[in-house]
Write a protein that binds this ligand. Structure first.
Ligand code: BES
Ligand code: MN
Ligand code: ZN
Length: 494
């Protein structure tokens, strides 16, 4: 989808469709008011009949309005005036994009910057509108034969402005960068595990690196053996797919500035290993590389917007498969940090690859490390599909992440990672066990990781509930790319 921004009177724009906001009780946005005046009160006349309640996301298509140059006018509901907040804005934009796609329109003008959203500026509204438009025109149909795939889609959106603005152009660019980063992450998540292998993730990192001149390094099994990554490699033992440790380095900030390191879980398929998962919905474990996908999506957004900050992505990528050479429950492995781990459940593999990736991150002397992982089913039980779980060893860093979640509307909830929980990870035979029992499952997983994050400020995002949707709308969400990108933007002073 292509976007542009243009100052013009809505009645004078000539396009397939002009979309404007309306609110409950027949209240009009400034752009809707302009169309109403040009059409001598047609819009207010229609609204007076009371057929349209302006619920967020509801739409009404009107045709051939006298005095209006475009063939169609789309009224888009955004709820009660002065009550429109982030959710209503996103619902409204989604409704508009869907309504236009449904009638097969290819080009539209959409007046969003004049919508008053609670506690948000026009810059934010423009950025969110671009992100939400991209999100809702996303299709993953590349693996369908022609007859099923390739539905008609909106090709161009002009964000209409009632008056010139210099800052909104930049906001639009940023929204596009984030939306495309989100959709890149979704593609990676949605690809089947026979295509999206560790080698495929490494290849995608290289493609990204080429496009933006980033340094990309891929370590192979023998390199990781030399580094002593016994924990990471134990997860790969049952798989025919060679593991990869992918590093992508983006230097947009001053040379001496310490980087933010993003570590993404890249399990391209999680069968559970010898501690095999049940059959139902096991296909969804192709999304177990969503942390890795979010790191790639965020780096793509950051590079596209040329953010003045240093950011490094580290992705441990592997499959978790059963097999004659697979790790057994009871095996004890030595991590790169030297700490030994008794693997009591081979399905708790995320922490086993992340711990070595965290230790590896020390070499970048990070300002902060954030790891992102579809780590525990327990987190889905705790927080559902709305908030990602946030754990941190530094409250200021945690607060930064919380704020970025509020701004981007890709929200997190702060969970405890107190020392008191460490007890559950005791092992009779090694420094620690890799599981802590049922109580507080997402917390003990975070506490396991904390043991490998003692040398830097660290936050952990458990995205098991937020990275994808099940059921009818099954698919990757691309979260938390908006959150991570906003976090980095704020750090860069944007
Ligand atoms: N990838 C899963 C976590 C997961 C499960 C994400 C369900 C989304 C939905 C992870 O590797 C896993 O299997 N975790 C186990 C840990 C347990 C064995 C301590 C879990 O959550 O059941
Ligand atoms: Mn698992
Ligand atoms: Zn997993």
């Amino acid at each position: 989808m292509e976007f542009s921004i243009k100052a013009a009177a809505p009645e004078k724009l000539k396009t397939d469709c002009v979309a404007v906001a309306v609110f409950a009780s027949a209240k009009l946005s400034p752009a809707a008011l302009a169309l109403d005046r040009a059409s001598k009160g047609r819009i207010s006349g229609i609204l007076k009949r009371g057929d349209f309640d302006a619920k967020p996301g509801s739409t009404l298509m009107l045709y051939d309005l006298a005095g209006v140059m475009s063939k169609r006018v789309l009224l888009v509901g955004f709820g009660a005036q002065n009550e429109t907040a982030a959710k209503e804005l996103r619902d409204g934009v989604r409704g508009a994009v869907r309504a236009m796609a449904d009638v097969g329109i290819s080009e539209a003008a959409f007046y969003v910057a004049d919508i008053a959203v609670k506690d948000r500026e026009a810059k934010w509204v423009t950025m969110q509108a671009a992100m939400t438009s991209l999100e809702n025109s996303y299709r993953f149909d590349r693996l369908m034969s022609k007859s099923r795939g390739q539905r008609k889609n909106l090709k161009r959106i002009v964000f209409g402005l009632l008056r010139e603005s210099k800052v909104l152009g930049a906001a639009l660019e940023r929204g596009i960068a984030i939306g495309e980063g989100v959709n890149f992450a979704r593609d990676l998540g949605n690809l089947p595990p026979n295509i999206c292998t560790p080698a495929y993730l490494a290849e995608q990192a290289r493609v990204l690196g080429k496009a933006h001149k980033l340094k990309v390094t891929v370590l192979e099994r023998k390199d990781m053996e030399k580094l002593g990554m016994g924990s990471l490699l134990s997860v790969s033992d049952g798989s025919r797919q060679p593991p990869k440790l992918i590093t992508i380095e983006y230097y947009g900030g001053p040379k001496k500035q310490k980087p933010v390191v993003l570590v993404g879980k890249g399990v391209t398929f999680d069968t559970g290993g010898i501690s095999l998962k049940p059959a139902a919905e096991m296909d969804e474990m192709k999304y177990d590389m969503s942390g890795a996908g979010s790191v790639l999506g965020t780096l793509s957004a950051v590079a596209a917007m040329k953010l003045p900050l240093n950011v490094i992505g580290v992705i441990p990528a592997t499959e978790n498969m059963p097999g004659g050479n697979a790790t057994r429950p009871g095996d004890i492995v030595t991590s790169m940090s030297g700490q030994t781990i008794e693997i009591l459940n081979t399905d708790a593999e995320g922490r086993l690859i992340l711990c070595d990736a965290l230790t590896y991150s020390e070499r970048f002397e990070p300002a902060a490390v954030i790891d992102i992982a579809t780590l525990t089913g327990a987190c889905v039980i705790a927080l559902g599909h709305v908030a990602s779980g946030l754990f941190a060893n530094d409250d200021q860093l945690a607060n930064e992440v919380i704020a970025a979640g509020q701004t981007s509307w890709d929200r997190v909830w702060h969970m405890p990672a107190w020392e008191d929980y460490q007890e559950q990870l005791k092992s009779n035979f090694a420094d620690m066990a890799n599981i802590g029992g049922r109580p507080g499952g997402s917390i003990t997983a975070a506490c396991f990781l904390a043991r490998f994050a003692r040398k830097f400020k660290w936050a952990h995002l458990d995205i098991a509930g937020t990275a994808w949707k099940s059921g009818r709308e099954k698919g990757s969400t691309g979260r938390p790319v908006p959150l991570l990108t906003q976090f980095l933007m704020t750090r860069a002073g944007w």
